[in-house]
Design a protein around this ligand. Structure first.
Ligand SMILES: [Zn+2]
Length: 195
């Protein structure tokens, strides 16, 4: 916790004054251009790897960067997607997977998740990803298939489907490689057909 306290002090002393104009504008404006959906993994830092500033990205992070397909029951992920697309009017949505993903590793290797029942239930949103990955235990292949499957799930949300139909939004699929810093672009021609 002391690290965080010192970090806040450093932020207020060094970072904030250097970007004072930006923060003054952000105090009353919230107009991100991109909805970034990534994994909760601590090693995947959206703003760092995209070189973006506060205010640029509307971020949703979930275990395994999973996006449940639309259902009538509202949940936090659905509400955040709808808000970003229908209210804030983002023009791009990125679903970003990553190397050595714990969620994808657990799935690909069939790890015992009986001690983490909520995780096991949540990972069911990757059933289609798993079904499309032919080689058992191939984590990188599952990571890729999962990004494509989540793009397809994303397109089932009415706000996204509407924006796509009106040509107001573009969907992108990325995989971030932790050891090299590279980002692979998997964007399919038609995300709605990805899965
Ligand atoms: Zn992950």
């Amino acid at each position: 916790m002391q690290d965080l306290t010192e970090g806040i002090a450093r932020f207020q002393r060094d970072v904030f004054p250097a970007k004072a104009e930006l923060f003054a504008r952000l105090a009353t404006h919230h107009a991100p251009h991109t909805l970034f959906i990534g994994c909760s993994d601590a090693r995947v830092v959206p703003e760092l790897l995209t070189g973006t500033e506060p205010g640029d990205l509307f971020v949703i992070r979930t275990a395994g960067n999973l996006v449940p397909a639309h259902s009538p029951e509202a949940d936090g992920v659905t509400a955040s997607i709808e808000y970003a697309v229908a209210v804030l009017g983002v023009t791009d949505v990125v679903v970003c997977g990553h190397s050595a993903c714990g969620a994808m590793t657990a799935l690909a290797r069939g790890q015992d998740l009986s001690g983490a029942p909520a995780v096991a239930a949540w990972l069911r949103h990757a059933d289609a990803s798993l079904a499309r990955t032919t080689a058992d235990g191939d984590v990188p292949a599952l990571v890729r298939q999962n990004v494509l499957a989540q793009l397809a799930n994303l397109a089932t949300h009415p706000a996204v489907a509407r924006a796509l139909a009106q040509g107001r939004i573009a969907l992108h699929g990325w995989v971030y490689d932790i050891p090299t810093g590279r980002v692979e672009d998997l964007t399919p021609a038609d995300p709605a057909l990805a899965a």
